[in-house]
Ligand binder design. Sequence first.
Ligand code: FAD
Length: 407
Amino acid sequence: MSPGRGAPLDPDGTVAVVGGCLAGLRAAEGLRRGGFRGRLVVVGAEAHPPYDRPPLSKQVLTGAWEPGRATLKDEAGLAELGIEARLGRAAVSFDADVRRLELDDGTTLIADGVVLATGAIPRRPFAEEGVLALRTLEDCAAIREALARAGLEGHLVVIGAGFIGSEVAAAAAGLGLRVTVVEALPVPLAPAVGEVVGAALGRLHEHHGVALRTGVGVTAVRRDGSTVLELADGSTLKADVVVAGVGVVPQTGWLEGSGLTLGNGVVCDQALFAADGVVGAGDVACFPFRGEQVRIEHWQMAADMGAAAAEALLAGRAAAPRFNPVPYFWSDQYQEKVQMLGRPGPGDEVVVVDGNLDGRFVALYRDGSRLGAALALSRPRQLMAFRPLLQREASFDDALEVAASFG
Ligand SMILES: Cc1cc2nc3c(=O)[nH]c(=O)nc-3n(C[C@H](O)[C@H](O)[C@H](O)COP(=O)(O)OP(=O)(O)OC[C@H]3O[C@@H](n4cnc5c(N)ncnc54)[C@H](O)[C@@H]3O)c2cc1C
C-alpha cells in the first residue's frame, strides 16, 4: 500500500485530514484540485462543518452576522467534494511510521497520506472564576450572552491587548459597554509589531473611549457577587464580564508518542512534511522561515499552508516545492483595519512612509538592507504595493522608492 520513501501520493489511495477547519478544508480542496481521486476522510473534533474564526471576534460577536454566515463549507459542500466527514470525532493517537490514526470512538484508519491541521487552543486563565476566552462558535455565543446580560451599564475587562483581545474590546465598545483592557507588557503587541507601532495601535483604544492599562498583569480573579480582578500594582478592577486573550497553544497533545518531532507545534520541513506521507498545516504546524522555525497563527497562513500541504503530499517529499510564503494578517478594530505583510524581526528599524502614527499610516520594517515587513492602519492599497517586494526579498531602498510614488 505504501509507496517508496518520498514518492508521489497514489491518486487513488487514502488520505486522512485531521482537523476540520480552515487549514484542513483548504488541504482537502487542494487534494481534489490536484487530481486526488481516492478516499478522503476529514476528522474534526468540533461537530460543526468547517467555519471561519475571524468573524467570531467581529461580525458574529456584535450580532451583525448570524453564526451560520461563518460557515466555510456545509455538509452538502463537503459531500460534493467526495469528503467522508467524521465531525465531532477527535483523533487520539497517531503512528507516523505506518500512518495509523486512532479516533476517540475506538476506530482506526491507515492512510497513504495524512494532513495534520488540528489548530490551536486558547490559554484559559482563571476559567474557574468565570473568565471567558474566544476560539469557537460556542465561546463566541458565551461571550455574546455575557455581554447581553451585563447590558449597556456593564463593564467588560479584557485581559491581553493582542489582536483578539483588542477586537473583543472594540466590538463590546461598539455595543455601548464600558471596556477596560489590561496588558502585562509595557507596550501592547510589541513582540509582534515592535514598540513604536504597538504604541500607536494601543492609542486606538484610548481614541475610542476604551481604558488601556499597560505594564500591569492580573494576579488573581475573585468572584464574590461580581467579579474582581487583582492587578500586580495592588489595584483592583470590578467587572461584569472578563475575557482573556492571552495566546494559544498548538493542539499536539494527541501526537505524543507518534514518532513526530514536536516543538512549537508539529515540526515540519521546508515543504511542510513532518514525516514521509505526513504534512502539517495551519496553527498547529511550524516550518522553516528565514533561518528560524516559525508557527504563524494567521488566517491567510492557514489557508496557504493547507493548499501547499496538499500540493506537497501529492508531489511526494522528494519533489515537493519549498513553502515560501509572504505572511499576511489583518485585524479589524473600531472602524480601522490593521494589516501586516512579512514578519518583523526584533531589531528591525521602523520607518513611517505614509501618514503618521497618530492617524492612518504605513510603516516599513528595515531588516539590515532588506525590507522585512510592512504594516498599515487603514491604508490597504498602499500596503499591498509592498507584497511583490517582500516576495522577491527586495532591498529597503527599493521599498522606499515604491513609497515615494505614493506622493
Ligand atoms: C476569534 C478569532 C479571530 C481571528 N481573527 C483573525 C483575523 O482577523 N485575521 C487573521 O489573520 N487571523 C485571525 N484569526 C486566526 C485564524 O482564524 C487562525 O489562524 C485559523 O483559524 C487557523 O486555522 P487552522 O485550521 O489551522 O486551525 P483551527 O481553526 O483551530 O482548526 C483546527 C480544528 O482541528 C480540530 N481538532 C483539534 N484537535 C483535533 C483532533 N485531535 N482530532 C480532530 N480534530 C481536532 C479543532 O477542534 C478545530 O476545529 C482569528 C482567530 C480567532 C480564534
